[in-house]
Design a protein around this ligand. Structure first.
Ligand code: PMT
Length: 420
């Protein structure tokens, strides 16, 4: 039995070359025990035959709004009420525009208006179409209307272009559905974090060289903020210690803004005694300038090289994870991230041990579509129980969905360790 058992999923398909991927998605969903009903636009039927989906789901495929035969079976209002989740994959630019303006000219758009179920859209189109201001405006409008947009994947497109606009792979869409039901499920899960205090670091640090320059990295803060949002949704009290990023602080999260590693350490240490779980997702600069110039460093005509002397920054995570004899005030349960470009799993496990952590999330940042700045990620969670290390790969997913999965797993592991 899986988390999708008997969940009712209405899979909408609009006309794009990626429609074939939805057949694989339908198969995965049915295999996981979900009840799947498919609605195809006219355009979608030009790419894949409805019969394919009928055979895969065991249900008739819905194609028309004014089809008396279909209405006699399960009418469109009944279908709208039936769904626990509507996912439209692929969603064309045209369908996005029609949904954004509340049109109901065909069965799929009508269902979206008539249903109270959440509607998740997986846009798929040529990269220039995706970037077009009209599509971007429709994306924002749809989000304001309550639709959830699944970020399109990047890469080579059917038309030969390269960029964002691909439909994510069926496995990634399946994971998305699975994590939707995981996090929107039970009152029980909502309570999972109640009474717990979590401190999360996110984003980069900036280490000044002079009043106008600094050393930093490409962390956008998206992963850390997604974790903070998920932790708050699960009922925990969240303190986010954030480096400089352009993100909105999630609802229910207290945020302290910092710039440098030393400031981040100070903010974390202040919270040490009131933190049950500490998660270090920030990309902290390992080194800072030994001396910060008071005035802007000037380019010298006779100097082709400039040598900067750097000194080591404190390791925030290792400091928080340091063992303590004080039984009244034990160290927090500590979770690190390991951003690696090679030997990812080995290095991550070394950090797990060397920094005295309970868990670590290994992040392969050699792949630019995951890790720094991206909307998606794929990680491996290592948890440590005494001498035993468990390995739990989490496949490609949006950072939001991954944040939710990680938080559920970390809370469950934390509770298990408290009992042991
Ligand atoms: O912010 P995004 O754009 O969404 O990207 C997410 C991410 C790639 C930044 C994130 O997933 C990630 O991997 N974060 C950890 C980045 C990192 O600095 O890794 P590290 O392997 O260098 O450090 C190991 C651990 O020690 C990390 O938990 C880090 O926060 C911590 N650390 C490192 C140095 C230091 N001086 N103090 C620390 O606390």
């Amino acid at each position: 039995m899986t988390g999708l058992n008997n969940k009712r999923l209405l899979l909408g398909i609009s006309g794009g070359i990626a429609a074939y991927k939805s057949a694989f998605l339908a198969r995965l969903l049915v295999k996981a025990g979900a009840q799947v009903r498919v609605v195809m636009t006219q355009g979608a039927q030009a790419f894949v035959q409805p019969l394919t989906f009928q055979a895969l789901t065991g249900n008739p495929v819905h194609t028309g709004l004014l089809d008396p035969e279909a209405e006699a079976g399960m009418g469109h209002i009944e279908l709208a009420r039936w769904a626990d989740l509507i996912m439209i994959a692929p969603t064309t630019a045209d369908l996005m525009a029609r949904l954004a303006t509340g049109q109901a000219g065909d069965l799929l758009t009508t269902l979206c208006l008539a249903s109270k179920a959440p509607v998740h859209l997986a846009p798929a189109m040529n990269q220039a179409m995706w970037q077009h201001p009209a599509t971007q405006r429709n994306t924002h409008l749809l989000e304001e209307l309550g639709y959830t947009i699944i970020p399109p994947a990047e890469g080579e497109q059917a038309c030969g272009d390269v960029g964002a606009g691909r439909l994510p792979e069926p496995e990634a869409l399946f994971n998305w559905v699975e994590s939707f039901f995981q996090t929107n499920q039970p009152k029980l899960t909502k309570k999972l974090g109640e009474g717990l205090r979590i401190t999360i670091t996110a984003g980069p640090t900036q280490e000044p060289l002079d009043p106008v320059r600094y050393l930093s990295n490409h962390s956008s803060g998206k992963m850390g903020y997604a974790l903070a949002a998920a932790a708050a949704e699960l009922g925990t009290e969240v303190q986010l210690i954030s480096g400089p990023v352009n993100l909105t602080v999630p609802a229910g999260v207290n945020c302290t803004q910092v710039i440098t590693a030393e400031q981040m350490l100070e903010a974390c240490e202040k919270l040490r005694s009131t933190t049950d779980i500490f998660i270090a997702c920030a990309a902290v600069a390992d080194y800072r300038a030994e001396a910060v110039a008071d005035q802007k460093l000037k380019k010298q005509a006779n100097q082709d090289e400039l040598v900067l002397k750097l000194v080591k920054n404190p390791d925030i995570l290792a400091t928080m994870a340091k063992a303590t004899d004080n039984k009244q005030q034990p160290r927090p349960f500590c979770v690190g991230f390991a951003a690696e470009t090679q030997q990812v799993e080995d290095y991550a496990q070394n950090k797990l041990i060397n920094k005295n952590l309970d868990a670590i999330v290994a992040n392969d940042v050699s792949d630019s579509s995951i890790g720094f700045g991206s909307d998606q990620n794929r990680v491996i969670l290592f948890t440590r129980s005494g001498k035993q290390i468990n390995r739990d790969p989490l496949p490609l997913n949006s950072k939001q969905a991954l944040g939710q999965q990680l938080m559920l797993k970390l809370l469950a592991f934390y509770k298990e360790q408290q009992i042991l």
